[in-house]
Design a protein around this ligand. Structure first.
Ligand code: CP
Ligand code: NVA
Length: 306
């Protein structure tokens, strides 16, 4: 069974093929060419956390592909009352063609895939956000003349789910990546080791530092994300002091290449991880990233649900 749970599990050639298909689907949509690749197919979308982009891109994507998506708030289905994952997986496998899930525990997504008989897509866990990074690679390719290999990505901020998946994604496609986190907020150790493995094959160079300036120097793209991910709201006060100095502002951006783009998966908190003049400025590609979620998700759906 094919799933889309972690970019580390996916061969570089398949990632590039998904990006090509996302580009083609985007061109179809812009030209008004119908592309009903999934007629009659259904996707169950389980959400234990909030979402704007992920929910809308999957639901609209399924509609545009000629299929249908069901929004299942985890609190409204029996899963939220403790129905076991194997039963949920078994039952959904009898009724729908694929499951997209956004939840806390990455293991829950793995278990859903293990016990079900249909493709499972990770729509974000505490550990990874592969759908986001697929769309980000698509955005970088668009902005940088179709090329990823050899470009330099910088990520500044919390070593969270987005950072872990960004490490995977860059290592797979041969982009150099430098990640600057405060001490104690580094990326997941297993994800780092996995990315190192992939980087050894692709030629990507990985730099892990506590110095945002070192990470951003000569970068082609500068990425940040919220300091407080969903589920970590109680940590807000504790994080303010270590994260001081990790805001992506104009002074930090000026260390990147003059044509560098600014990336953020959104939602963003202006004045915390990014200054308003950067995210709302001319280098920002954040709405492209958000739009590309739709096209990238459709490529994933088309490849898994046919
Ligand atoms: N970037 C992202 O996944 O956004 P949502 O939380 O709105 O889905
Ligand atoms: N790191 C953020 C990403 C939101 C899309 C979170 O997990 O809340």
């Amino acid at each position: 069974m094919n799933h889309f749970i972690s970019l580390h599990d996916i061969e570089p050639a398949r990632i590039l093929a998904l990006l090509d298909q996302a580009d083609a689907l985007k061109a179809d949509l812009k030209a008004g060419r119908p592309h009903p690749l999934l007629p009659g197919k259904t996707l169950a979308m389980i959400f234990s956390k909030s979402s704007t982009r992920t929910r809308v891109s999957f639901e609209v994507g399924m509609y545009q592909l000629g299929g249908h998506a069901l929004y299942l708030n985890a609190g409204d289905i029996q899963l939220g009352r403790g129905e076991p994952i194997p039963d949920t997986a078994g039952v959904l496998s009898r009724m729908v063609d694929g499951i997209m899930i956004r939840t806390y525990s990455h293991q829950d997504v793995m278990d859903l895939a293990r016990w079900g008989t249909i493709p499972v897509i990770n729509g974000l866990t505490d550990l990874h956000h592969p759908c986001q990074i697929l769309s980000d690679l698509m955005t970088v390719r668009e902005r940088k003349a179709g090329q990823l290999q050899g470009l330099r990505m910088a990520y500044v901020g919390d070593g969270n789910n987005v950072a872990n998946s960004l490490l995977h994604g860059c290592a797979k496609v041969g982009m150099d990546i430098a990640i600057a986190t405060p001490e104690g907020f580094e990326c997941d150790a297993t994800s780092i080791a996995e990315a190192m493995e992939d980087a050894a094959r692709s030629g990507s160079r990985i730099t892990l530092t506590h110095d945002p300036r070192e990470a951003v120097e000569h970068a082609d793209a500068v990425y940040t994300d919220t300091w407080i991910s969903m589920g970590q709201e109680a940590e807000k006060e504790r994080k303010m002091i270590p994260f001081k100095g990790f805001i992506v502002d104009a002074a930090l951006m000026s260390l990147a290449r003059h044509d560098a783009i600014f990336l953020h998966c959104l939602p963003a908190y202006r004045g915390y991880e990014v200054s308003a003049d950067v995210i709302d400025g001319s280098q920002s590609a954040v709405y492209d990233q958000a739009e590309n979620r739709l096209h990238a998700q459709k490529a994933v759906l088309a490849s898994l649900l046919v």
